[in-house]
Write a protein that binds this ligand. Sequence first.
Ligand code: SAM
Length: 163
Amino acid sequence: MVRENEIRQGERAVAPPPPTDAGLVFIGVIRTPWTSRMVTPRQGRADGPVCRIEVFDPWREALAGVAAFERLEVLYWLHLSRRDLVMQSPANDGSTRGTFALRSPVRPNPIGTSIATLVGFEGATLLVKGMDCVDGTPLLDLKPDRELFKPIAPPQTGDFEIG
Ligand code: SAM
């Protein structure tokens, strides 16, 4: 069940350090039909509504070549999320899991990712399907779908060694 900011049964919050140790720039904004978290889908759907990803200056030039890709990985900042839960009860039914075992928007660095289908371009605005964020969500990055970027070098000794 979707939440605003309430703590559920079994959940545990911690006092996080001040969020000052990494600087991100918001490179655009995502426009969707959803004005609240309560009505936003949990995950984007390929047959969902067309949403608009507006890229700001000076990053518009970085869109060169993007139109060639049908699928894009979109990274965004889930700006309305609380960031202090280590244990979460997603369905509020008594089952509780660690934050890193969930795709919940509630996490220390609330980064969301979606694989979106590019359906059009209007200037520096991408028209995409497959989003699941509230209208006005800040955009962090756009990348071509990783499936197209398989490793090109054969495996080498040491690739899989740890430590
Ligand atoms: N697809 C992304 C992922 O897997 O990383 C996000 C999944 S998250 C479960 C999607 C939910 O986050 C939505 O259903 C909504 O409740 C919430 N959400 C959407 N936009 C948000 C925002 N800007 N700030 C906080 N929560 C948001």
